[in-house]
Ligand binder design. Structure first.
Ligand SMILES: Cc1cc2nc3c(=O)[nH]c(=O)nc-3n(C[C@H](O)[C@H](O)[C@H](O)COP(=O)(O)OP(=O)(O)OC[C@H]3O[C@@H](n4cnc5c(N)ncnc54)[C@H](O)[C@@H]3O)c2cc1C
Length: 387
């Protein structure tokens, strides 16, 4: 049997969107790096599949994320250029809800602090300009973020891995990493029959992080995604008439989606819901990826009043996973300051848009340089300090 074991500077474990972007940014700096992915690049078993993801710079999750989104936007464009294919379609996006809700107030705050020119629409204007959004109460508003749009999810992961390879990285797929041993001067990573010795290992294993680094405070939650066809006769569901949106449903529920791209389906799905039977805690290994009727009953009920122009039953469904931290911010950095180990994860359901920027910051961390964007609030040790 050929010996494909290697000595390298860095190994990246897990090539979803964050790992692929990290591999790209490390290789772009001339680092000798290998990326290991247990499945194929762009597979549907983790957190980076499902055709599209929303991009926006008005990051309501933390004002400190706006500079990261701006850096990511620049890098998405660079990636597009290198790959020769579109990855980010800036359609503009709507955030709809009562003025005081986190979705609307957080977006307006991020726009104010970072000077993003957004438009505020009252409910009658929403009904007039975006008539497929029904039932928006008179006292709700929408923030129109012109920088929002759609990322092409699987294409983006493949483009990042491809850019990494063109810059000199090696990509290995089809065998899971079964061991990460931190030793004097580096790490030994085992995948199948291969052993890779590296000075540093970057673990970007998404919902599998708890298996590889069990000390991190992470919860994995099963999250179904749903797509609908427009009902016969309703025709204003193109992506420009029904652009990407997030809409507050009250009681912690949020529905999100976007219109059909190139005659495809309309994405209309629940982001959060109190239905613990659907959004249930899981582990990546045991996640039930089958879709049952209970998975789409609630979204179907929401569609009936909020977007009644959609056909009743979902036309397509899939299961994805959020990997949540206690404060819903990411984990980016060196756990316990270990010079051999870097982690990038805890995506908390909002990291896709930031992946190239996170890749850049993770590459800075590996190289011991000041980060392109300060992400102190994502320090993986912050929960230890709070104890
Ligand atoms: C339903 C849903 C909707 C979302 N919507 C948005 C949105 O609109 N905008 C946004 O910005 N974000 C959104 N997100 C969040 C975003 O998709 C995630 O933050 C992002 O995809 C996380 O990427 P990741 O690389 O951390 O994880 P993953 O994509 O899961 O990648 C981890 C990779 O590691 C590999 N791996 C794991 N263990 C091993 C091992 N032992 N050996 C080798 N390989 C291994 C896995 O196979 C996988 O490929 C959404 C997420 C979900 C689930």
């Amino acid at each position: 049997m050929a010996d494909d074991s290697r000595d390298v500077e860095v190994v990246v474990v897990g090539l979803g969107v964050i790992g692929a972007a990290t591999l790209w940014r490390l290789a772009a700096r001339g680092v000798d790096v290998v990326g290991v992915e247990q499945f194929s690049i762009g597979h549907p078993w983790g957190s980076s599949h499902g055709s599209t993801r929303m991009f926006r710079t008005t990051c309501l999750e933390h004002p400190g994320l706006v500079p990261l989104a701006r850096l990511s936007r620049r890098l998405w464009r660079e990636l597009e250029e290198g790959a020769g294919q579109p990855l980010l379609d800036e359609t503009g996006g709507l955030l709809i809800g009562p003025p005081g809700c986190h979705l609307v107030a957080g977006t307006l705050e991020a726009a104010r602090v970072h000077d993003v020119a957004v438009e505020v629409l009252d409910a009658p204007t929403v009904a007039d300009r975006f008539p497929e959004h029904h039932g928006v109460p008179g006292d709700h508003i929408a923030v129109l973020d012109p920088t929002a749009g759609l990322l092409r999810a699987e294409d983006a992961v493949r483009a990042a891995a491809g850019a990494a390879e063109r810059a000199g990285a090696e990509v290995r797929t089809g065998a899971p990493v079964t061991g990460i041993e931190l030793v004097d001067g580096g790490a030994i990573v085992t995948a199948g029959t291969t052993t890779i010795r590296a000075r540093q290992v970057v673990v970007t294993a998404g919902p599998w992080l708890p298996q590889l680094l069990p000390d991190l405070p992470l919860t994995v939650v099963r999250t179904p995604m749903t797509w609908f066809r427009p009902a016969a006769g309703s025709g204003r569901f193109g992506v420009t008439e029904f652009p990407v949106f997030l809409r507050d449903l009250g009681g912690g529920g949020i529905v999100y989606g976007h219109g059909a791209v190139a005659g495809g389906l309309v994405k209309f799905a629940l982001e959060y819901d109190d239905d613990a039977a659907v959004f249930r805690e899981t582990s990546a290994g045991d996640c039930d990826r089958r879709i049952a009727e209970q998975d789409w009953k609630r979204i179907e009920a929401v569609a009936r009043w909020a977007a009644p122009g959609l056909a009743i039953e979902p036309a397509e469904t899939t299961v994805c996973m959020y990997t949540l931290t206690p404060d819903r911010q990411f984990l980016v950095g060196r756990p316990h300051g270990d010079p051999r180990l870097v982690v990038g994860g805890g995506d908390s359901g909002h990291a896709f848009k930031h992946a190239p920027g996170l890749g850049e910051v993770l590459a800075d961390t590996v190289l011991g340089r000041p980060p392109a964007v300060a992400l102190d609030f994502a320090d993986p040790d912050r929960f230890d300090r709070a104890r």
